[in-house]
Design a protein around this ligand. Structure first.
Ligand code: AMP
Length: 541
């Protein structure tokens, strides 16, 4: 027997309508290229999204067509996040930090019909455009008419918006319609596209806004620092509006000092970004304090947040850190590490141990760990295995990829490639990526654990550990360390002695290289592939 409930389609225009009806006066603020602030209300935003939907129609964007975005985090980008799905098209966010070759490959693979380009990024994009096969129009914002450009068929966003009407009826009738496309950074092989649906993103938004997850509320002022081209800015463009929170976009002003100013001036209560950004912010705030008293959650994900940094934020700056884990393929939120009631009386250092884990699954995400034979392993906090997940906002395959057998198990679970333990109370801890584990003399060494401990040393700014081939042991860990600015001489012996307090002898790297900066991926994670490559070429000695 079937239930007797309405067949209400979970489409994103419903979130926008709710936001418009309930929170018309709430603010969306963007730091513009010239450093001034652009501010408007949800009501104005709503009107412009409708105009933009009309603009898309006038450019012949039809159901299912891909609309590329090449932009910083700003209000125009948010308008595209709603207008493209609102007229049944797909918002395809392009990672501005990829190489021109990679971007051309991705845009041709996605067959984008129109690309919206942030004027501040024009020189970058001009190098890609000659290689694009399907794009019919380029639309520029943050750009003055009369601007010289090599792009063909250029149109100007504000001119199109001025001509368009504000009446538009949302066109999506089936919640399974595709709404967003994001390619993963692709550490091996070609980049892979993850194609979200209205339903998956709607449910993700509910999931993210559970109180035990990010739990955004109307009172919040949320600053998404995570780029809108990285896993849909972790769903914040939808969860903020669903909650009715004020939104603050940093635009192109992504350095630590500018972010610290914004947090203080805009009274930000929730900010979200990767650990490298929060590491830089921490050092900025230490040397040049600002008022961060309004921050109730500093959300961090995308890579492991070093425990020492969590402790530093909480103990020295009074900022609550919320560690989260997810993947582009998971829309992206999977787990959150908040404390529960039974942790209440623990000493602080044990609380930080828990917060340094990736956390418990949010309702809607199922997890299991398996060994190499695919057998399920216990949640005992010690047994390591590959993490697999399933749920309504997790990809079942990649865009235009026929065989997804490497990604999806025969019984329908997504293989994350993360090696983890799960405690009996459900807190997951990432020991490594499958490909980053160091196998030395038949024993596994976690590069993440070594990095975390190295970064807890007061004079270490960044640390990465890679596996290097070794005749005797198969592989050995090599540590690459960036000292803090005022560290002075940092010796191998000192680092070795520091690690010896926590690790067995065989786990301690044989060598420690001091370098100026750890290479980062396009989304700000340590790029160990580049380090391995440099080592193989004899450049890391
Ligand atoms: P991406 O799709 O680019 O966000 O990459 C997803 C991968 O980033 C995951 O499979 C993890 O390996 C890593 N990752 C994301 N969040 C965390 C975290 N909080 N701690 C450690 N690794 C993370």
């Amino acid at each position: 027997m079937q239930g007797l409930m309405m067949d209400y389609q979970l489409t994103l225009d419903r979130i926008l309508e709710h936001a418009y009806r309930m929170f018309p006066h709430k603010q969306i603020s963007t730091k513009l290229p010239d450093g001034s602030m652009h501010r408007y209300t949800y009501a104005q935003f709503y009107g412009r999204v409708k105009r933009l939907a009309n603009v898309l129609r006038s450019l012949d964007v039809q159901t299912g067509d891909r609309v590329g975005t090449f932009a910083w985090n700003n209000y125009q980008h948010l308008e595209l996040y709603y207008a493209a799905p609102g007229c049944s098209a797909v918002c395809h966010t392009l990672n501005i930090r990829l190489s021109p070759d990679q971007l051309a490959w991705i845009i041709n693979h996605a067959e984008d019909k129109v690309v919206f380009v942030d004027g501040t990024l024009l020189p970058l994009f001009e190098r890609i455009a000659p290689h694009l096969r399907t794009v019919q129009h380029y639309v520029l914002f943050n750009a003055e008419r009369g601007l010289e450009t090599k792009l063909p068929n250029v149109l100007f966003y504000e001119e199109l918006m001025a001509e368009a009407g504000e009446a538009f009826d949302w066109t999506v009738t089936d919640e399974r319609t595709a709404m967003g496309l994001c390619y993963t950074s692709g550490t091996t092989g070609d980049p892979k596209g993850v194609l979200y649906s209205h339903r998956s993103m709607f449910l993700h938004t509910y999931g993210e806004n559970q109180a035990s997850a990010l739990g955004l509320i109307e009172e919040d002022v949320v600053m998404p620092v995570v780029p809108m081209f990285h896993a849909m800015a972790w769903g914040l463009p939808y969860s903020c509006t669903m909650a009715g929170a004020d939104i603050v976009f940093p635009g192109s002003h992504m350095n630590a000092a500018a972010l610290a100013d914004l947090i203080a001036e805009e009274k930000v209560s929730v900010a979200a970004g990767v650990p490298t950004i929060w590491n830089a912010l921490y050092h900025e705030l230490k040397s040049n304090p600002r008022d961060v008293s309004h921050v109730r959650s500093l959300v961090v994900g995308g890579a492991a947040m070093p425990r020492a940094l969590i402790e530093g934020y909480e103990k020295e700056l009074g900022v609550n850190v919320v560690h989260a884990w997810g993947m582009t393929e998971m829309s992206p939120l999977g787990t959150v590490s908040k404390l529960q009631r039974h942790h209440r009386d623990l000493p602080d250092h044990e609380k930080w141990d828990i917060k340094a884990r990736q956390g418990y699954p949010i309702a809607g995400v199922e997890m299991r760990i398996v060994n190499l034979e695919g057998e399920e392993l216990p949640w005992d906090g010690a047994t390591m295995g590959e993490l697999q997940v399933r749920g309504p906002w997790i990809a079942k395959g990649y865009y235009k990829v026929e065989s997804n057998r490497d990604a999806i198990t025969a019984d329908g679970w997504f293989r994350t490639g993360d090696v983890v333990t799960i405690s009996p109370d459900g807190y997951m801890y990432i020991t490594d990526r499958t490909k980053d584990l160091v196998k030395s003399g038949g024993e596994w060494i976690s590069s993440v654990a070594l990095e975390n401990t190295l970064m807890a040393h007061p004079r270490v700014m960044e640390a990465a550990v890679i596996a290097i081939p070794d005749e005797n042991w198969g592989e050995r860990p090599l540590a690459v360390v960036v000292p803090t600015k005022d560290a002075g001489e940092l010796s191998e012996d000192e680092l070795r002695a520091h690690l010896a307090q926590h690790f067995a002898r065989f786990q301690i790297p044989d060598r420690f290289l001091i370098i100026a900066e750890i290479p980062k991926t396009s989304v700000g994670k340590f790029d160990k592939k580049v380090l391995r490559h440099r080592h193989a070429k004899g450049e890391l000695v």
